[in-house]
Write a new protein. Sequence first.
Length: 538
Amino acid sequence: MAARPHTERENTDLVMSASGRQVRKGEVSGVQERAPEIKFEEIQWGEKIGGGCFGSVYKGKCRGQNVAIKQLLKQDLDSKILEDFRREVDIMTQMRHPNVVLFMGACTEPGKMAIVCELLNFSVHDLLRKNKDITLLQRIKLAKGTAAGIAWLHGATPQIIHRDLKPNNLLVDEHWNVKVCDFGLSQVKLRENKIRDGKSIPGTPLWMSPEVLLGQDVDEKADVYSFGIVLWEIITGQEPFPYMEDFKTFKTAITKNNERPAIPEDIHPNLRSLLELCWHKDPAKRPTFQQILPLLDSVIVDCLIADVEGNRFWKAHFLGKEYVDWTIFIKKFTTLLGIADLNPKDLNYLCLKKILASHNTEGVHSDPDVVKIEKFGHLMDWFGPIVIDNSKSGKFLGMFESSKFTVLDKIRVCMQKEWFHGDISKEDAEDLLSGQPKGSYLVRTSVTERSSPFTISKITKKGKINHQRIQRKTDGKFEITIKYPTKTEVELSKDDLLVPFIRSLSSELGLDIPCPGSKFKSLFTNTKVEGYLATDDD
């Protein structure tokens, strides 16, 4: 096979362009410019951490700060290009955004030209190759950070088109916050014809739009195409076009045959639609990054919250937020349920908060507890739908025949059972069951598969710990498959409410003794709380 694209970091590939417009001092964002010139003797060089056809990148220090230093391969810039380069450095140093790498300045001394930037230790490319256990939410957050950074560049005056958007040019900090790097600085571009090499595929063309590959005039929509390929790579964790062997074949496939990476069959329809829009062959039909950002916010909700009402609720009140203060959430949520005022001492309130709220560890909030979108999505998988058929719930809980049975009641009744232990791990379940008599069991929630919201962990008649997943069918009813050594498997599907379903399995599965140690027990032993305390007959 012919040469494949580079897989090493190429953070010195400075092939991006500010629009080429001339800029006067103080024009950018109304800020008075200050010369970003750095003297060569101010730079302390460390180990080399990357490189490409435009130079090498090193760790180092400058004025007491840890920095990344990009030493330019091209040092013999004429006076006109050198002045343009300095002007672009002025522009870049004024870019301030959480998703844009901080551009600190440059040394423009002849023969000693170097660029000084914020130091980050790895890229999106590194992350995708070295870490396979990345959740869908984390992947979409990486994509959203990328889109936010490019949107900021596109909105600058003058507009900045990246032109080389790829995972190697997306750096990541310790909090997995993406920062776009290697933008602007068109004056250090070395090889205008580098993508016309017919013998191999250089690293960059894999993410280039058809119009760029054809040498046509481009605008910011070229970055949108590149983002589509990057988004596909982030979601799938794969490299694009691994089967391409030469540049000529690749160029024909992209520009004439409209070939794109294969989209997984199980991907969410809205995510599929966004990919297809981003890499559309017609630049005019591609969305802008200002349009992409809310689309990604919507995709996050669609991927994490399957319940129709829960999905609509989060989009209506918290679109674009990964978490929200508990006090804000509970007011909106109880309004959705038609509850005018839920007392904080009510059991339903306490149970919901116990199973849903997380302690806030990020930023400054008015409430020490928050509700995360991912946890809310799991809650809906476990106890949804939000809208409940009261004709069924009345038969289950006689006291509710003349009143409304809400999802809060469903959650409380389940948490009240000694066998329900919530979101504990398999290891924690085995620790709790260890030493318990045969027939001991507990039920825990599951987050790995949406179709399997619960797992029964029990001690079998032989004294071994066994784990059985509870499936949920499309009609909402729970189902479990029992394997017998002497006869065929039996599938039991009896109810769409967990408590009566577990009760119906007790004899068949030998669920005799609820395992003690539930973290919810204290909620039901406090006599000061208000609300209905269900009995074992419920």
